[in-house]
Design a protein around this ligand. Structure first.
Ligand code: HQG
Length: 183
């Protein structure tokens, strides 16, 4: 059940709050009490605050952040709706990774990495994570991203509350295509 609820929360907090009749503020936060009520009404009558706290705490990618006052929640990253996470730009590691699918490589070679329907391009700190991310879309391919060099020419990076690195786009000259997951 908690996996289903986690997916519903991702949908609502990243893409479609209206699905549960909710709104997000400019920074992506929504009040927890109404969210709990709406999730109960969506077919999970036993859902309550301890269950929500467990979903947040046990989430494999730490997808959700509870506000310091404990009253609000937001998705740490992955939004398609326009919100401002309020993250400070910071220097990324020299090398980051992007997991994608083999079928996208030709297009990525032409355009670089683009955010698509999301607000940012998402970059992983390690190859294993990138393999998993890419595998969601097909046969996984891991690209390297020369994030340090991008930063040095003035391209901004942000680290989400769950450690994922975000940037607006990755021009093709900073991408390395040599790595396949089985390398
Ligand atoms: C690809 C997950 C063609 C890109 C993950 C990706 C992440 C291009 C797909 C987060 C392209 C977009 C985001 C281009 C990029 N031409 N395809 N020029 N540039 N692409 O799902 O990065 O499990 O929107 O490589 O862990 O896969 O949902 O982005 O394959 O952090 O919490 O277009 O979502 O988190 O797919 O994943 P997505 P993503 P969750």
């Amino acid at each position: 059940m908690s996996k289903e609820i986690s997916k519903l929360m991702s949908l609502v907090l990243r893409h479609d709050p209206g699905r549960l009749g909710l709104t997000l503020d400019a920074n992506g936060w929504t009040a927890i009490e109404p969210l709990i009520k709406r999730i109960r009404g969506a077919g999970y009558p036993a859902f309550d605050r301890p269950t929500l706290d467990a979903v947040v705490k046990n989430n494999d990618k730490q997808r959700f952040t509870v506000s310091d006052d404990g009253q609000s929640i937001r998705a740490a990253q992955g939004h398609s709706i326009q919100i401002d996470l309020g993250l400070q730009p910071s220097r990324p590691p020299a090398l980051l990774y992007h997991g994608t699918a083999a079928g996208f490589i030709e297009s990525i070679r032409e355009q670089g990495l683009i955010p698509g329907r999301r607000q940012h391009v998402h970059l992983s700190m390690d190859r294993d994570t990138a393999v998993k991310v890419g595998g969601r879309h097909g046969s996984p391919v891991v690209l390297t991203v020369e994030a340090g060099k991008m930063f040095d020419v003035g391209i901004s990076f942000y680290q989400a509350e769950n450690g994922v690195w975000l940037t607006d786009l990755v021009p093709v000259e900073y991408l390395g295509f040599a790595l396949a997951p089985e390398d």
